[in-house]
Design a protein. Structure first.
Length: 224
């Protein structure tokens, strides 16, 4: 299977999908990440851009995934025309031909995540408009310190209904990959702490009967 994730920032792909990347690539699947603000220039506590590229590379090698970067501006996706984001994602869908697509939840606290999610929702319909490979599944993922930090205002938050078991090894590889990113991990009780990541994986495992899991919200599935 070919799996594509579409995220805003370097580290989202590991925070939301790091354990799953490791498990799925170990089983022979291909996991590729499109990171739309790959040239992040407004990051506090973050390294120089050249160091960031090295961090992205190291983190993804750790869990077996590949990636490509675009340079949309960090925390400014609100001023980018929707159509630009959609076209960018559509191009990668045409080239990579994924079976499954994962992206941000549209209610995440981070504004870039909302815009990426909305653009991705439009882009995954491409196979119904053009003769490109059918997408069999489309899912929202959860990003600690963004999905969980959205305020419960009644617009429909993250509803986990799909789980991937990552096991102790997958959790270890996820934490190891996150440690390659300078400035991402924080002290507990921040959600991006070893305790926060481990606790969330344990909670999602408890919900699904798995030994540690990453949770997703299925948006669209075509069974064949
Ligand atoms: Zn992000």
């Amino acid at each position: 299977m070919k799996i594509l994730t579409v995220t805003a920032h370097p580290d989202d792909e590991i925070l939301g999908f790091g354990g799953s990347s490791w498990v799925l690539t170990q089983k022979g699947n291909e996991v590729h990440h499109l990171i739309l603000s790959g040239n992040v220039d407004v990051r506090r506590h973050r390294p120089e851009v050249s160091e960031l590229f090295a961090d992205i590379d190291k983190a993804n090698k750790e869990v077996g995934s590949t990636f490509e970067l675009r340079d949309f501006p960090n925390i400014q996706f609100n001023v980018i025309p929707h159509i630009e984001l959609v076209k960018c994602i559509e191009t990668v869908i045409e080239e990579f031909e994924p079976d499954l697509v994962f992206t941000h939840h549209p209610m995440d606290l981070n504004d870039d995540h909302k815009h990426v999610s909305n653009a991705c929702q439009a882009a995954v319909r491409l196979f119904q408009r053009k003769p490109v490979k059918r997408i069999k599944g489309f899912y929202f993922m959860e990003i600690p310190s963004s999905t969980d930090w959205a305020f419960p205002l009644g617009y429909g938050g993250f509803l986990p209904n799909t789980f991937i078991e990552i096991g102790e090894e997958g959790l270890k590889m996820k934490l190891s990959a996150l440690s390659k990113y300078q400035g991402v991990m924080r002290a507990f009780p921040h959600p991006r702490s070893v305790e926060g990541i481990t606790g969330l994986a344990a909670k999602r495992g408890g919900e699904s009967g798995y030994i540690y899991a990453e949770a997703f919200q299925a948006v669209f599935q075509g069974l064949e």
